[in-house]
Design a protein around this ligand. Structure first.
Ligand SMILES: *Cc1c(COP(=O)(O)O)cnc(C)c1O
Length: 411
């Protein structure tokens, strides 16, 4: 008899976005004439930039000719891309990485979900709350999170991020082995200053913990003083693994390409405490076994965003989204909402009026303005009383949605 991995059964099968889709469909059935605008989407909508398209066409042509055809590529990714990453994403910030510390992947979701395999099942886990659900769910699948009680996992330490603490997570008063941080943050759109991030790096050094740092939105940072990489903090290369993605940076959600930085100095101990093992070696071993690389075409596409044209083009798109964010922030603030994020991230985190629950406000907004948001509680218990709006939509839709909300709130 084959037995299932029962840890999977502890996960709720209600995936947040399915739940939202169901409610939106119910609304559409009863309001067939209404055009619903979604400010809930976590996906980009603008097309790939010309530099990327050109590089992809060229790569396809190479694949069509025997002399330049490529089969399996190197597991860590092609040298041309890893060298471009080191030279463009890190060197200008004074961070010196070896290309062998870069692992090109098919995106940050798989890597942030898979990285926990390198550590024993009985390590303790800590996450900021609210949070991108992949971090906890991937740990739940191997039994690291305990059981779910009242919306919380028994073996997970939650670092609440709310308006009350300015969305700055407080260090735990006990040891946590594995810490997930995501900055700029999804879903709150907030950031950490260097001083705040340094506290976490120092905590990890002192407690021999490992930080998994998801920087999928670093390209949206506007304020020069905000760190783009955790390696801007001294000592981080001993304790931190960083994830990056071209998904939100360059519209690669459908193309698929990202990378993970595993510095050679990051180590974890064997159970007897006598040996330190390099996670760079372990991750390489893991990837060689379970991953056969990102397509050559995707990697050439990613390389193209580092050209001057590519840079200019992707920043234009980012500015387009951030223009939406700025507009939404201004309108909603004028309407009396408490709005967070949306300055260094494409997400706005909006407090619901007078303690209305997230799902309740979701329904009110849907039935009152035909606008879809994402209930904050779907990202964790501290998300209750908030909703997330994204700036990834069409600018015209964004303007219309704000007009509708204005009309609705004045009704
Ligand atoms: C969108 C997103 C990613 C990127 O995922 P990909 O698999 O690279 O598309 C990673 N982390 C967070 C927090 C995200 O919101």
């Amino acid at each position: 008899m084959a037995l299932v991995n029962e840890h999977f059964l502890k996960l709720s099968d209600n995936y947040l976005f399915d739940d939202i889709a169901k409610r939106v469909n119910a609304f559409k059935v009863s309001h067939p004439k209404e055009r619903v605008i979604s400010l809930g989407i976590g996906d980009v909508t603008q097309p790939l930039c010309p530099a990327v398209i050109e590089a992809m066409h060229k790569a396809v042509e190479e694949m069509a000719v025997k002399a330049t055809f490529r089969g399996y590529g190197p597991e860590r990714g092609y040298d041309f891309l890893r060298e471009a990453i080191v030279k463009n994403d890190y060197l200008p910030r004074g961070i010196h990485l070896d290309p062998n510390e870069i692992f090109v992947s098919d995106g940050a979701k798989s890597d942030t979900g898979n990285i926990q395999e390198l550590l024993r099942w009985d390590n303790s886990v800590g996450v900021t709350d609210p949070i991108y659900p992949v971090y906890i769910d991937s740990n739940a699948m191997i039994g690291r999170t305990g059981v779910m009680e009242n919306g919380r996992w028994s073996n997970v330490t939650y670092f609440p991020c709310t308006a009350e603490n300015g969305f700055i997570p407080q260090l735990p008063d006990h040891r946590v082995d594995m810490i997930y941080l995501c900055y700029p943050n999804n879903p709150t759109g907030t950031v950490l200053t260097k001083d705040e991030l340094r506290k976490w790096v120092n905590y990890a050094i002192k407690n021999d913990s490992i930080i998994f740092y998801d920087a999928a939105y670093e390209a949206y940072i506007h304020d020069d003083s905000i760190p783009h990489s955790i390696y801007e903090i001294r000592g981080a290369r001993k304790v931190a693994i960083e994830f990056r993605s071209y998904s939100k940076t360059a519209g690669f959600t459908g193309v698929r390409c990202g990378y993970t930085v595993v510095p050679k100095e990051v180590t974890a101990a064997t159970l007897d405490g006598k040996t330190r093992v390099s996670l760079n070696q372990l991750w390489n071993r893991r990837q060689c076994t379970k991953f056969n690389g990102t397509s050559y075409i995707s990697q050439r596409a990613a390389e193209a965003i580092y050209t001057p044209e590519g840079q200019e083009q992707i920043h234009k798109t980012i500015e387009y989204y951030m223009g939406n964010a700025k507009f939404m922030r201004e309108v909603l603030t004028k309407l009396g909402f408490k709005v967070f994020g949306g300055v260094n991230a494409p997400y706005l985190w909006v407090k619901t009026p007078e303690g209305v629950e997230s799902w309740k406000f979701f329904e009110q907004l849907l039935y009152g303005a035909s606008v879809v948001c994402t209930p904050g509680v779907g990202f964790g218990p501290s998300g209750e009383g908030y909703v997330r709006l994204t700036s990834f939509g069409d600018s015209d839709d964004c303007h219309e949605a704000m007009q509708r909300i204005a009309k609705w709130t004045h009704a």
